[in-house]
Design a protein around this ligand. Structure first.
Ligand SMILES: Cc1cc2nc3c(=O)[nH]c(=O)nc-3n(C[C@H](O)[C@H](O)[C@H](O)COP(=O)(O)OP(=O)(O)OC[C@H]3O[C@@H](n4cnc5c(N)ncnc54)[C@H](O)[C@@H]3O)c2cc1C
Length: 512
């Protein structure tokens, strides 16, 4: 029998086995030979920082946290075609193995190992490989990320299953325990490779450097797909999991008269502070504390009727060049598992809706705006992957920054008046939001923080509408618009869940 024991303790006690054993005894009145963490969160609201601890305790060895998955040999099973090997495409493929379908995955980018070299080239040569970059390639946009695994979309599916599967493929069991789990860029590629090896070992296929370039429609179904402008394949079921950066895919859909709609998204900048400052502010002066993880923050405010909020905050992280084409710049952030870089970065973004523009009915209205900003920032710095940057107070006060502290963005930064470069409806809101954030987190507003622009790939600016229950496209019954690119996920876990949900929905409709 498993007994659950809950208590709060100090960060020091939380790292010490003997203290934990004593606390379990004190709080349960019993001594257990076997115990393990069930949930762990930090309460740093007061100076006396506490760890909220939940333990599973037993008199016999505790059962494994990770089940053995019932993947079937699908070598001769009916095929489902999946476009994109991001979290959605890979988890769709894993679910297909469980349900007895053969996943055939096409991915425009390269495998994780080859992809890493292309990422290094962005900083070194200031060139983006337009098929292999921070967004395209095995594992999708999630591979070289912070690997934060928390999601608000718990209603949409089985978060626990995704986390357990990640542990099965090599992630640390801590992700099942921590309130804000993350994996880290250094660990994700191996996990992704193991997922690929499993898909192939059970008879599935993954084809790299294989891009969907066209499709053929027959009434309300997709008849065939074209790969690399080269060959055509007949399809029964098509899961489209191409992420929010694949603008060409939205054009393929639109040109084939497959309905797409403009969708709200968010755009702004990525700000970088010293991690020691964020630790000091969040942990009441405690810095470089071995008992506490590098601190994070989450800030939100309303300015003139629009939400302005922090997005994808990376403690101990690095700002990454995430453009998918030359002629544009895009920032995002990653961090290693230890989050041990001296910088802390976060997107600070303003909500944007189709109604903000003159022609909200145009499905591309938000996407075109996003692209215009990315190109404008590129043109402002010259023909390279450097990004325009400004110190935080200079941005708010409308001054050109004359120098910068060291920042983590390796392609380089160029001093530019972002308050002028970004459209006023964004820059003015950001200026007010920074002042408001100072009230919420005194010390946050400092000229030692540097803002980099743009942070523009927060979520898809396009919705590919689908049937609420059956999850296929509203008009095309064998097309499953999946996860972030279609507007149904935001982040690694929710994308993985949506990938599995699409395969389950397809399975149910086959049985009907
Ligand atoms: C630097 C960075 C850091 C991030 N940090 C986090 C984080 O910490 N936590 C978190 O939850 N989320 C994070 N994200 C977001 C997260 O990665 C995405 O939400 C998630 O990957 C979306 O999954 P997806 O499968 O829907 O799409 P994607 O991951 O975008 O995958 C889509 C795949 O489709 C492929 N593709 C596109 N077009 C075609 C085509 N025509 N033919 C064939 N293949 C195609 C792409 O190459 C890509 O591999 C981060 C993103 C980036 C870029």
């Amino acid at each position: 029998m498993i007994t659950i024991v809950e208590f709060t303790c100090s960060p020091e006690e939380a790292k010490d086995e003997v203290s934990l054993q004593n606390l379990i005894r004190t709080h349960s009145g019993k001594s257990f030979p076997y115990f393990r963490w069930k949930k762990r969160s930090i309460d740093a609201r007061s100076r006396n920082i506490k760890i909220n601890a939940t333990f599973e305790c037993a008199n016999e060895p505790l059962p494994s946290l990770v089940p053995l998955y019932d993947f079937k040999n699908v070598s001769n099973a009916p095929e489902i075609h999946i476009i994109g090997a991001g979290p959605a495409g890979l988890f769709a493929a894993l679910r297909a193995l469980e349900l007895g379908y053969k996943p055939v995955v096409f991915e425009r980018g390269k495998d994780v190992r080859a992809r890493r070299r292309d990422l290094a080239r962005i900083s070194r040569e200031q060139q983006v490989d337009e098929e292999s970059n921070y967004c395209y390639g095995e594992g999708g946009a999630g591979t070289y990320s912070d690997g934060k695994l928390y999601t608000r979309s718990k209603k949409r599916g089985d978060v626990d299953k995704v986390l357990r599967m990640l542990v099965y493929f090599g992630a640390n069991e801590d992700i099942l325990v921590d309130a804000h789990p993350h994996i880290g860029t250094n660990k994700l590629p191996n996990i992704i490779s193991k997922i690929r090896e499993t898909i192939q070992a059970f008879g599935g296929e993954i084809h790299f450097l294989s891009k969907l370039t066209q499709l053929k429609r027959n009434g309300n179904s997709i008849q065939s797909i074209q790969i690399n402008y080269d060959y055509w394949l007949e399809v029964n079921t098509l899961i489209l999991a191409t992420g929010h950066s694949a603008r060409d895919v939205f054009h393929i859909l639109h040109n084939n008269h497959i309905k797409i709609l403009a969708k709200p998204f968010a755009l702004g900048v990525r700000i970088e502070h010293a991690q020691t400052l964020i630790d000091q502010l969040q942990y009441h002066g405690r810095t470089n504390d071995v008992y506490l993880p590098p601190a994070s923050y989450s800030l939100v405010t309303q300015v003139e009727g629009k939400g302005v909020y922090s997005f994808c905050m990376c403690p101990g992280g690095i700002i990454a060049p995430c453009a998918t084409a030359n002629g544009e710049v895009v920032t995002n952030g990653w961090s290693p598992s230890k989050r041990n870089n001296p910088y802390s970065n976060s997107g600070i973004v303003v909500s944007i809706e189709p109604g903000d523009f003159k022609n909200p009915e145009d499905p591309f209205v938000c996407l075109n705006f996003q692209q215009e900003i990315e190109r404008g920032c590129y043109e402002a710095t010259g023909d390279n992957q450097k990004v325009p940057a400004q110190r935080m107070k200079d941005f708010v006060e409308g001054k050109l920054s004359t120098d910068f502290p060291r920042t983590s963005y390796t392609p380089g930064i160029v001093s530019i008046r972002l308050d002028k470069l970004l459209p006023a409806f964004i820059s003015k809101r950001l200026q007010k939001a920074f002042l408001d954030f100072e009230k919420k987190m005194p010390g946050y507003y400092t000229n030692d923080a540097v803002i980099h622009a743009p942070e523009s790939r927060t979520s898809s600016p396009i919705l590919v509408p689908r049937d609420r229950e059956k999850l296929h496209h509203v008009d095309i019954t064998n097309l499953y618009p999946c996860a972030e690119g279609a507007g149904y996920a935001g982040g690694i876990v929710s994308a993985a869940i949506d990938g599995m949900n699409c395969v389950e929905a397809m399975d149910v409709s086959h049985d009907e």
